[in-house]
Design a protein around this ligand. Structure first.
Ligand SMILES: Nc1ncnc2c1ncn2[C@@H]1O[C@H](COP(=O)(O)OS(=O)(=O)O)[C@@H](OP(=O)(O)O)[C@H]1O
Length: 324
């Protein structure tokens, strides 16, 4: 039985209709204030999507969605979590600096390309001018409304969902607050049910992928980056209208490699004030490979997942996905 068996639900009118699920916490330790519980438990449901208030407080989400003004020359990197977002942030920041590594070596990644829905976004985005760079894990229906009337560019990165859930499992395994971390099968179950933060992978991808017909949208796969990182960087440069010389591209590749990022304090969340290591002990950069899911899925899980994938993604050409 899951160690998250104790679940209580509350309707919070003062928090604009959110539900809180008390999960895996000692309820007797709470003072009874719903607001306090909300902060402690962190998981909340907003328009059908589970979010984590430690990273995405409701006020920030509401600001991002209703008030933040996306500009025509903004570049927004969007992904479902654990899909290679930080790798792409590094590549984009290096492209902006023509391969010169001073920015990626002096400013933390979450400030270089701040998360739209997260804490401190308003503070961090003020530091940028010109073609602003920002990141988001939001599904399309929760995205800033102003984006839909802008010409901002979106780069949407997709990774094999089997590797996404594997990566997620390893991340939450090191979550500090759990007395006992969830097993892989429990995380896989949450993933399939769309109960991890940012909701269902399938809905996220299906929602965003439709926008590739609208222009100003680049779809890129983690597996494509793995297979041909130079070709991918050239494609991104073309999309952004940036012209880099071959040696500048060499430097982009060198400074965004897994080993370079793992050693860079500004990219591996080892700066003292970062919000991640207060929550997780697991490394943000773990293995950086494709196919590690094969070491985690049982044959039965793999077959069930294949079936689910085919059902959910039946409207899309299977050849679109580089792992199929
Ligand atoms: N440079 C580079 N090369 C290859 N792979 C890389 C790189 N940087 C990050 N990663 C891997 O990306 C995974 C984390 O994905 P995200 O950055 O999207 O995670 S997050 O949800 O935004 O925290 C996570 O995958 P796993 O290693 O499979 O866990 C990271 O290791």
């Amino acid at each position: 039985m899951s160690n998250c068996s104790k679940a209580v639900w509350h309707y919070l009118p003062d928090l604009r209709g959110c539900y809180v699920q008390y999960q895996n916490v000692d309820l007797s330790a709470l003072d009874g204030s719903l607001q306090y519980c909300f902060k402690m438990t962190s998981k909340f449901l907003f328009e059908g999507i589970w979010l984590d208030s430690r990273f995405t407080p409701l006020e920030n989400l509401c600001f991002a969605r209703n008030e933040f003004l996306v500009k025509d020359n903004d570049v927004i990197l969007v992904s479902y979590p654990r899909s290679g977002t930080h790798w792409m942030i590094e590549i984009l920041c290096l492209i902006y600096y023509k391969g010169e590594p001073s920015w990626v070596q002096s400013v933390p990644n979450y400030i270089r390309s701040p998360w739209i829905e997260n804490n401190h976004f308003q503070e961090y985005i003020k530091k940028q001018d010109g073609s602003r760079l920002m990141t988001s894990h939001l599904p399309v229906h929760l995205f800033p409304k102003s984006y839909f009337t802008s010409n901002a560019k979106i780069i949407y990165i997709i990774r094999n969902p089997r590797d996404v859930v594997t990566s997620w499992y390893h991340l939450v395994k090191g979550e500090l607050r759990w007395k006992q971390p969830k097993r892989f099968d429990e995380i896989l179950d949450d993933f399939v049910q769309g109960e991890l933060a940012y909701g269902s992978w399938f809905d996220h991808v299906l929602g965003w992928i439709k926008r590739r017909e609208m222009g100003s949208f680049l779809l890129i796969f983690y597996e494509e980056l793995q297979k041909d990182v130079r070709g991918s960087v050239e494609k991104i440069c073309q999309f952004l209208g940036k012209k880099l010389k071959p040696h500048e591209i060499d430097s982009v590749l060198q400074n965004s490699s897994f080993s370079a990022m793992k050693e860079n304090k500004m990219s591996n969340y080892s700066t003292p004030d970062n919000h991640i290591t207060r929550v997780f002990t697991s490394p943000m950069l773990r293995k950086g490979i494709s196919g590690d899911w094969k070491n985690h899925f049982t044959v039965a899980q793999s077959e069930a997942f294949d079936k689910l994938f085919q059902e959910k993604m039946s409207g899309l050409d299977a050849a679109l996905f580089p792992w199929s």
